[in-house]
Every structure is written in structure tokens, then in C-alpha cells.
Design a protein around this ligand. Sequence first.
Ligand code: PLP
Length: 344
Amino acid sequence: MSTATLTIDLPAIAANWETLDRLTSCETAAVVKADAYGLGVAKVGPALARAGARLFFVAAAEEGIQLRRALGHGPAICVFTGHMPGDADIIRAADLTPMVNSVDQLLIHVEALPGHPFGIQFDTGMNRLGMEPAEWSAVHDIAIAQKPELLISHLACADEPDHLANQMQLDCFVDMTEGLDIPRSLAATGGIFLGEKYHFDLTRPGVGLYGGLPFVDARPVVTLDVPVIQVRDVAAGESVGYGAAYVAKSETRVATVAAGYADGVIRAMGAKATFTHEGRKLPVIGRVSMDAITVDVSSLAKVPEHLQLIGLHQSVDTVAEFAGTIGYEILTSLGARYDRVYLR
Ligand SMILES: *Cc1c(COP(=O)(O)O)cnc(C)c1O
């Protein structure tokens, strides 16, 4: 077999949800947008529901259809992008709860689906999604009369606990929502670690469930083992890969493994990346190509059948650093070609 094996540890995802849930005294939702951060919502959603999650978030209404199929009736499925024109049929059929982001969306929603559950997302300073304070003042009474079920906002800098924006967004959120007696939610993974003031009635962790920072103590979830297709010895002075970008300084044993940027092993990782074998780091040499990567395995007495990119010895965030990006991007880029194995 020449495709890599992506192993996804469902009990670890459930354990991460339980740990994050225990860190607060409020309810804990589960964010499963983008196919559960690339790990497969059809498997991940039910695993989280079994762990106790009763409320889920997706980005788009279309993602809600698939999640509803996986979860059946019961759990609430909220949609961050709100109620977009044309979404009404999907929202009704899959029983989704849009988080409306503007007065326009509020009007679309109450006209198309009067009485259908919805929430409101506020912009408290991130300037990405949500009603702004002035907009909210203008429609406040009309909106409340429609009985929104949840009020949310999102922190821009929660992964930097000392960032002034956190307190400013918190104050703004409190100003906009105090005294309404409607459940509120501000914290994603990072916000959970900012303390109780940020928790309100519901937290919305995503990346922490999947083993990513800023949940430092998360259980690792993903393992990526890539088969070795070929091994050769390269003499001093010979080059390896496209652009002859790597030139061997001395005789080097080179293993070619079967993954590349088409599988989300992004090319920008280039020379900084390592694979591992039983904890030993093995440098990537030359450029990452579409389906193949060359690795210096000179330090191994025997070349194994697989080398590992992500696992116990190298986290998703470590791999992200190779490419100057974040764990979120590595997870959501994980390729469609992998043989996906789910631990139950
Ligand atoms: C993605 C997202 C989350 C989850 O964020 P994590 O940092 O992955 O925990 C929560 N709320 C909103 C609005 C989001 O867009």
C-alpha cells in the first residue's frame, strides 16, 4: 500500500471534550466546522455526542445537514455564518439554529422561518462576524421579541492571555448582553483558559478537542504514518529533488515517502521539517513535492516501512511550526488520499 495512514483517536477527542468540560462550571459545546477540523464529522460528531456534548457548531448550513445525519435528532446544531439567503429550507429540514450576524439576516430569518430557533452573534471588536453595538441598539427590542436562544461573540486574541483586547471584548459583550436572561457564550478553546469571567453559560471549544494549542494538556488525537516507497544512497555532491535544492555533503541514505503537498504536507515546510522513527528525528531534505518527500535516514540502522510525521513525538503544532503556520491549518489540510483509521 502506498498511501499514508491517518489514525484518528476518537476516545482521545472524547477525553479532551470531557477535560475542557470539567474546567468550567457551565455547559460545553463542540465546534465541528470544516468536517470536524478535517478529521471527519460523521465519526467525530457521534463520538462527541457520546461523551456528552448536546450542542454543536458548524460554519455553514450545508455542514449542518451532514452533521444532523450523523447525530440524529436531539442535539442542537448552530451555524456561525447565520442565515444566508437561500438557507431557509436547509435550516428547517436539518433543524439548525443559525447565529444571525446582522439586521438583514435577522429579517431574512424571521420572515422565512417565523418561530424557528435562532441565536445572535455580536461583533465585540474582532470585526469579522456579528452585529455591532450600534446595530444592536437599533434592533434590540424587535430582536428580543423574537426570542433568540443564544447570544455569542468571538475573541480575537484568546491565545494571548495578556492581550488587552480580551478584557475590552469581554466588557463590550457584557454591555451588549447584560440582564437579558438569554444564554450567552464568548469562549472558544483559548477563552476557556482566560478564567471564569469568560465562560458565561456555554463554551465553544474546537481545536482543543482535536489536540491542538492553546490546550496545552490535550491528549494527542492524530497520527500520520507515511510509507517508505524507496531507499537509495546518495553520494557526496549529488543533489536530491526538484531544483536540485539539496546537495549531499557526504554519503546520505535517502528514503522517499509517499505523501506530499497534495496531502496537506504543505510545501512551505520544506527544509525545516522532520519525520520521526521511534522518537528519533529524521530531517526532510530537498523540496516537498506533490506526492513524495525525501528524508535523510542515514542515522537509522534499518529503514522501517513507515516514517511518522504527526504523532506522540511530533504534535500537530510542531508540524505547523515547520511551515510557519498554526495547528488549525495543518489539521484542516489533512489530505483526502490518506487511509483513515478511527480508534474507538
Ligand atoms: C472556530 C470557532 C470557534 C472554535 O475555536 P477554537 O479556537 O478552535 O476553539 C468558536 N467560535 C467561533 C465563532 C469560531 O469561528
